[in-house]
Design a protein around this ligand. Structure first.
Ligand code: NAI
Length: 810
């Protein structure tokens, strides 16, 4: 602005000067440490084992800020030992005492909020307005909220125990907030922690370590080890870690899934996204434009849930694009510490180059790239807000997470087309839907596959509302009750004994002597000494009995070796057909809960009617007593889940804004189920029913000890109004079929009951599409006891929670 500018000119242009935040508190703190930091282990600072440090720099200037320790495997080991040593003492404290520590952390974060905000901004490059008004207040809120969970732990999670020592690995985009999302629930649940911050942004985690000292947190409860990916890897593979919680790229998430497969580590992954921002023609377009400023330019677009795909209804596309471009031209890119800056610096050169590379690919693919004519600072890592139009849905800029200030716009005509485009991604983290029609907005929100949907709003977060993804955005939730569950396990399950290598032997041990002393190789039917056996069992796919692809079958024998019949040897093709049939039956998820309950009651009725026949066949393998018990409890289990169908409900959260968030329980989709051998009937129902109750469709591999059960079950299913494709059954070698299910990209989750080897295989091979895998961890579950064999624990795994944020007020 030149010297002749009048006040009236200034008023008209709304131009303003610089308003830098005072960094002196943060600078003094850094200087106090001589700008060199060790690890925080066992309550004290310690130098790295191998004496190596690396630099962390200010992305707005590229100047070095400080040196931090490069953690080795030995450092990680020391930290894990410290966490293990602290665990007993931490758990011995009363819930109230733990709550007081969390409360004290919240207070301390608030007291030091200014210093923390500045540190975050200089280390990460995000505008001070964001770290001051969004990140740090949310950090404090997270600790307050979780002080509450710590206090209520026994009342709200009876029978649950903490996992133990938790390894946590966080990214660089919201460094302190991600720390809070990890540490607060872990401590509230009674775990101790080793956390590794991202290599680009370690400083606020170290500042947090100091807060732990200040409040007198018992040594070893929180340990911070700095370093790069290799440090993270050492934590992931450490044998004395009970759980890993990770936020970061999908690629590393996949590596962690594989690396933890052979262990019993519990795992939660919060990964990337390519979230749709859907604008309907009746939306308030000016508000939608402001929403986009938050949606894609918050934190320079380096946000896992950034609204990076703009889907506009065709009728308003031109108008919205024009408004958006006008707004983009007013965004201020500049020094992050300036309180008037809208867009700060990109975190690191490698990230800037990644953005540039992906944008260049988008241009090469023919999309139109537009950037406003606004100045960039002469130094530092900056990138202009960027809008792609004329984008093909398969283009790299529409499919890949760019993690930068780059928006890819596409158009749609109808709500159905909007949903199709929104779901045309491997991810499923978040979505934003803009319409003044509550019907349209909620209908579309319910159909988008994403863990969070914001209606007429975007990028809202609260400690009480779970956050996390569908599909390749990961599994597990952070925040709220769901988030607490990630750090807890049923106490009985942790202590359950291991499964014998061959559970078939267990079934044989209880076999009914009445089955007759036939010699191995003889047939019960040939001898005429037992009830007649259906020897022509087929696979059950899409509501039909079908022959297997291979044409081969396998024998099913009683415990004495009597041939009971033959079942098909299912293969990859049969599983593929079954998965397709399950995919076609997904309307089951939109059946009302009352309808699903009716079907389950009807199933119970029909199962009861066939009780005698079924029990007499099953008895040949498991003995009369067990067979009768399995039948009786299966009928009860059907009643239980019919009861749960309309009672396992979501919640309504009231975050501290003018919003409600609706926590909806949604089915996961198509789920593979590998049943226990030793309880052919009860095991089948115990695993299948919670899934079907939740609205999932299943592909089931029945008990290998008595796969003939399929013949009995399909008759019951056919007479009970279970829609074709909801329950599909493929017999064969469990390990082979498990592998196919685990590798199948259209299987959304896999429930597996078997020995350690089977469970590990399922987890390892699931990394491709990052499906949720839930196993018995090679342990025995007593399905005969309803306390262990049914209920909420199963239903929790059969659902995924979607939070739909709905604003209210003018
Ligand atoms: P990253 O996934 O490599 O890093 C995240 C964290 O994981 C860091 O602490 C890192 O040191 C650690 N890490 C790296 N390799 C590891 C391994 N093998 N085992 C254990 N820990 C490991 O992400 P990066 O390289 O910083 O960013 C690359 C891309 O990832 C971004 O462009 C973005 O697309 C995506 N990303 C997504 C995030 C999200 O919140 N969803 C956060 C950060 C990055």
């Amino acid at each position: 602005m030149n010297a002749n500018t009048t006040l009236a000119d200034k008023f008209r242009s709304m131009d303003y000067g610089v308003a830098p935040e005072d960094a002196s508190l943060a600078v003094a703190w850094l200087d106090q440490f001589g700008r060199r930091f060790g690890h925080f282990i066992g309550g004290v600072w310690s130098a790295p084992d191998q004496g190596q440090y690396f630099e962390t720099s200010d992305p707005s200037t590229s100047d070095k800020i400080a040196e931090v320790a490069q953690g080795s495997a030995a450092d990680v080991d020391t930290a894990v030992k410290a966490a293990r040593a602290a665990l007993k003492g931490w758990q011995a404290l009363t819930a109230h005492t733990r709550a007081r520590y969390l409360y004290a952390l919240a207070r301390q974060v608030q007291k030091h909020s200014r210093r923390l905000a500045v540190l975050e901004t200089i280390d990460n490059g995000k505008p001070i307005r964001e770290s001051r008004d969004i990140d740090i207040p949310l950090v404090a809120r997270h600790f307050y909220h979780h002080a509450g969970w710590a206090q209520l732990l026994a009342q709200e999670f009876p029978g649950y125990e903490a996992c133990g020592v938790v390894g946590q690995i966080i990214p660089w985009n919201f460094p302190l907030l991600m720390l809070a999302w990890k540490i607060a629930p872990a401590l509230a649940a009674g775990n101790t922690v080793v956390l590794k911050p991202a290599e680009f942004t370690p400083l606020t985690a170290l500042a947090f370590a100091e807060l732990c000292i200040e409040i007198g947190l018992p040594p070893g409860v929180v340990n911070i080890v700095t370093g790069d990916g290799s440090t993270g890897e050492a934590l992931v593979v450490h044998s004395d870690v009970d759980k890993i919680a990770f936020t970061g790229s999908t690629e590393v998430g996949r590596a962690i899934r594989r690396a933890t497969a052979d262990s019993h580590k519990k795992l939660s992954l919060e990964l990337g996204g390519k979230s749709p921002f859907v604008v309907f023609e009746d939306a308030d377009l000016d508000s939608a434009v402001e929403g986009l400023v938050d949606g894609i330019w918050l934190n320079q677009g380096q946000v896992c849930c950034a609204g990076s795909r703009l889907l506009m209804q065709e009728s308003i596309a031109a108008q919205l694009t024009k408004k958006l471009q006008a707004r983009m031209a007013t965004l201020r890119i500049g020094p992050p510490l300036d309180k008037t800056t809208d867009i700060g610096a990109i975190v690191a050169r490698v990230q800037l180059e990644r953005i540039e590379g992906l944008v260049a690919q988008g241009v090469a693919e023919g999309a139109s790239c537009w950037q406003p004519d606004i100045p960039l600072p002469s130094r530092g890592l900056y990138y202009k807000p960027t809008l792609f139009t004329n984008v093909h849905p398969t283009s790299v800029v529409a499919q890949q997470e760019i993690f930068g200030p780059v928006l890819a716009a596409m158009t749609f005509r109808t709500p159905a087309e909007a949903v199709e485009l929104a779901n045309n991604t491997a991810y499923g983290l978040a979505a934003s839907v803009w319409s003044e029609s509550v019907n349209v907005a909620l209908q579309v929100a319910s159909r988008i596959k994403a863990g969070v949907v914001w209606v007429n709003s975007t990028n809202l977060f609260d400690a009480a509302s779970g956050f996390g993804g569908y599909r390749q955005s990961g599994f597990g939730r952070e925040g709220g009750r769901e988030g607490m569950r990630e750090y807890l396990e049923p106490a009985w399950f942790r202590k359950a004994p291991g499964l014998p290598q061959s559970a078939q032997t267990a079934a044989a041990a209880v076999a009914d002597p009445g089955a007759g002393p036939a010699a191995p190789g003889t047939s019960a039917i040939d001898q005429g000494d037992g009830p007649s056996i259906d020897r022509t069992v087929k696979l059950y796919i899409g509501g039909k009995q079908v022959r297997p692809d291979s044409g081969y079958s396998i024998e099913c024998r009683s415990s004495q070796g009597v041939l009971l019949g033959e079942v098909p040897l299912g293969n990859r093709k049969d599983i593929r057909n079954a998965v397709e049939a399950a995919g076609r039956a997904q309307q089951w998820s939109s059946a009302t809960a009352h309808n699903r309950a009716q079907v389950l009651y009807y199933l119970a009725e029909n199962l009861s009617q066939r009780a005698q026949e079924l029990v007499s066949r099953l008895a040949m393998v498991v003995g009369k007593r067990q067979a009768s018990k399995e039948l009786k409890l299966s009928v009860e289990r059907l009643f239980s889940y019919a009861a749960w169908a309309d009672k396992y409900e979501g919640a309504v959260h009231s975050p501290p804004f003018r919003n409600i968030s609706l926590a909806m329980n949604e089915p996961v989709g198509t789920v593979g189920v590998v049943c226990p051998e030793a309880m052919p009937l009860l095991g089948f129902f115990s695993m299948v029913l919670p899934l079907v109750t939740a609205g999932n469709c299943v592909v089931v591999v029945p008990s290998a000890a008595y796969p003939l059960i399929v013949g009995d079950l399909y008759q019951v299913l056919e007479t009970s109004d279970v829609p074709g494709g909801v329950i599909n059954m493929v017999t064969g070698q469990p390990m082979e079929l498990t592998k196919v299910l685990a590798e199948h990209d259209d299987v959304d989750a896999l429930w597996c009951y078997g020995d350690d080897n089977l469970c590990a295989t399922a987890k390892r091979l699931s990394a491709g599409n990052l499906k949720q895998v839930w196993t018995n961890e090679g342990r025995q579950i007593d399905f005969f006891n309803e306390r262990y064999g049914e209920g909420r624990w199963y239903l929790e795994h059969a659902h995924q929670v979607k939070n739909i944020w709905v604003p209210y007020g003018e």
